[in-house]
Write a protein that binds this ligand. Structure first.
Ligand code: ADP
Length: 556
């Protein structure tokens, strides 16, 4: 019989993370730019105390363990208090993306059966409009103080967050329960189909926070000042509200101000050393610092993920600004971290260009995530850096089902040796993995361009366009072609100014010469003022495909 370990059995609970921060980094600062317009300063100890007051307030309102509390809020200290006050007391924090269409927000809040909805002042008009559709919400809580409460509102029984918190004495003991209890829910941003809820557990969130903080992952340290640009309504801001508490570092929360100027000023005034966000955010920041001839005085490192980081962006940040870029890949269903591109001692011996090439990939899996590429029958493909296939993952912070869906999304995988390798989550991404385990996403399965039976990676073609000095943003989509089935169409947003204005179809296509195989060069270029983005800042190719469905390619 197996010998059992004789160690204490302590559940991995989110309350333990905030308690640790309060105890060991109690006076470390949390700085928030608030919707009300001020810059607010608090500490980990105060956040933990107020989270306990919140837990008391929710109990007084009659909420019971397992009840969902929706949030519509930017990155700020009240949102942070809600993260811990809800999950810590056994409630489930349901962050909702306020950039979604109002109907989608209502749909998601109803699907999750939210019992309370907490929202920033800026979302008051939105919630006033939505309230009649939110039949299951019993308490509407405006995340502000008495002075900012509206004189009147159409929302029945609208409550003031600060009043609720201040009415409690904070003498609350965090309860102990099963670590597999749900802690939070996040809906997939829905680039395709109806949004679906990923339900995280205390255990998965704490393990993910550990993994994310490792030196070869996000490398969070108590010495850092961390500013997550990635919103707290999107996959728990990539776990940073937990990882920063776990290491006890200073946290800077930018509120709704995510434009280049606001971010730059906050980076400088708070001496931010580390940040994380989607590529679109860095486009804005780089445009601002570039146009104003500025440099960063403290910014050392940033995680870029959520969409492929264009190599040109990586190079600009590293070479012109001395900011180390950590390219990361993940998804809502994975809490979200899967892989990050960081170099080991073997890679650091390689010539500079080869190192760069590796940094441009999505990187290596962190412990806790197992990955494989498989063919359409689920058979594992070799890790040779060339063979691309469907990327599948498994691990303790990967979902095994969606909220309210009985059917399993998992697929059965067979190893290269033909043996059954169990059930894995299909990511919908297409990737190749090299012998050292560096993974590179070439596409999402539905974005792949199939030309004459060969696959063209839209990411490769986009990255070249993004390296053109006069191109602001570029997307490649497949359009039907009589001979080749599909051919790539390049959609371009010009940079403002003369160089952008001078761009032509021919000059853009000429730029591809020698950079990519001839058959992969787009057949045509269209110029647009703007590329539509999803609520999480990804290019909305579905919309582009609709828009250019009937586009006549030359010779097509
Ligand atoms: P949704 O799947 O609803 O768009 P997610 O935020 O969960 O929302 O997106 C996950 C997807 O985003 C991944 O499956 C992948 O297609 C894409 N993605 C994330 N990070 C990267 C990256 N570094 N490079 C390329 N694609 C990425």
């Amino acid at each position: 019989m197996a010998l059992m370990g004789q160690m204490m059995s302590m559940p991995l609970l989110i309350s333990s993370v905030i308690q640790h921060a309060a105890r060991h980094s109690g006076d470390t600062e949390i700085v928030s730019k608030r919707v009300e317009g001020d810059l607010h300063r608090t500490t980990w100890a105060a956040v933990e105390f107020r989270a306990r007051q919140l837990a008391q307030a929710f109990a007084r309102l009659g909420l019971a363990p397992g009840d969902r509390v929706g949030t519509l809020a930017w990155n700020g200290h009240r949102h942070l208090e809600l993260y811990y006050g809800t999950s810590g007391s056994g409630l489930v924090c349901h962050t909702i993306n306020p950039r979604l269409f109002p109907e989608q927000i209502a749909w998601i809040a109803n699907d999750a059966a939210d019992r309370a909805l907490c929202f920033d002042l800026s979302f008051l008009p939105l919630v006033e409009k939505l309230a009649p559709q939110l039949g299951q919400v019993r308490h509407f809580i405006l995340m502000t103080d008495r002075a900012h409460m509206p004189a009147e509102s159409s929302i029945p029984g609208l409550r003031c967050y600060e009043d609720l918190v201040e009415a409690e004495d904070g003498r609350y003991v965090w309860p102990e329960f099963d670590e597999n209890t749900a802690s939070s829910i996040c809906y997939t941003s829905g680039t395709t189909g109806h949004p679906k809820g990923a339900v995280y557990s205390h255990r998965s969130s704490v393990l993910h926070a550990y993994g994310a903080a490792l030196p070869d992952a996000m490398a969070c340290s108590r010495r850092d000042v961390i500013l997550p640009v990635v919103p707290m309504f999107h996959v728990n801001a990539w776990g940073l509200p937990y990882s920063t508490a776990l290491v006890g570092c200073k946290l800077v929360l930018p509120g709704p101000h995510l434009d280049g100027k606001s971010l730059y000023e906050l980076f400088e005034s708070e001496q931010v050393s580390f940040s994380a966000g989607v590529p679109t955010v860095w486009l804005g920041l780089l445009n601002y610092v570039g146009a104003n001839g500025l440099k960063f005085s403290s910014f050392k490192r940033t995680v870029i993920g959520g969409s492929a980081c264009p190599p040109a962006m990586l190079r600009t940040l590293m070479d012109d600004y001395g900011v180390e870029v950590i390219h990361a890949w993940g998804m809502t269903e994975m809490s979200p971290l899967g892989t990050l591109s960081r170099l080991g001692s073997q890679q650091l011996k390689l010539p500079q260009e080869q190192q760069r090439h590796l940094l441009e990939k999505q990187g290596k899996a962190i412990y806790g995530v197992d990955m494989a590429v498989v063919d359409d029958a689920g058979k594992a493909l070799p890790w040779d850096g060339k063979t691309s296939g469907n990327l599948v993952v498994r691990g303790p912070w990967v979902i095994d089902s969606y909220f309210g869906h009985a059917d399993s999304p998992l697929i059965r995988v067979t190893g290269e040796d033909g043996r059954d390798a169990g059930l894995w989550f299909p990511t919908g991404d297409v990737a190749a993995i090299d012998a050292d385990g560096f993974m590179q996403i070439t596409d999402r399965s539905k974005d792949v361009i199939k030309s004459g039976g060969e696959w063209i990676s839209s990411i490769d073609v986009e990255n070249i366009a993004m390296a053109h000095p006069a191109i602001h943003e570029a997307a490649v989509i497949a359009v039907p072609h009589s001979k080749w089935d599909e051919r790539p169409l390049l959609v371009v947003v010009r940079k403002p100014g003369e160089a952008g204005a001078a761009l032509t179809r021919e000059s853009v296509l000429g730029f591809y010469e020698g950079r990519i195989a001839k058959w992969q060069v787009p057949d045509d270029v269209v110029f647009v003022d703007e590329i539509p983005h999803t609520a999480t800042g990804k290019m909305l190719k579905l919309k582009l495909r609709e828009q250019f469905k009937g586009h006549k390619l030359p010779g097509g």
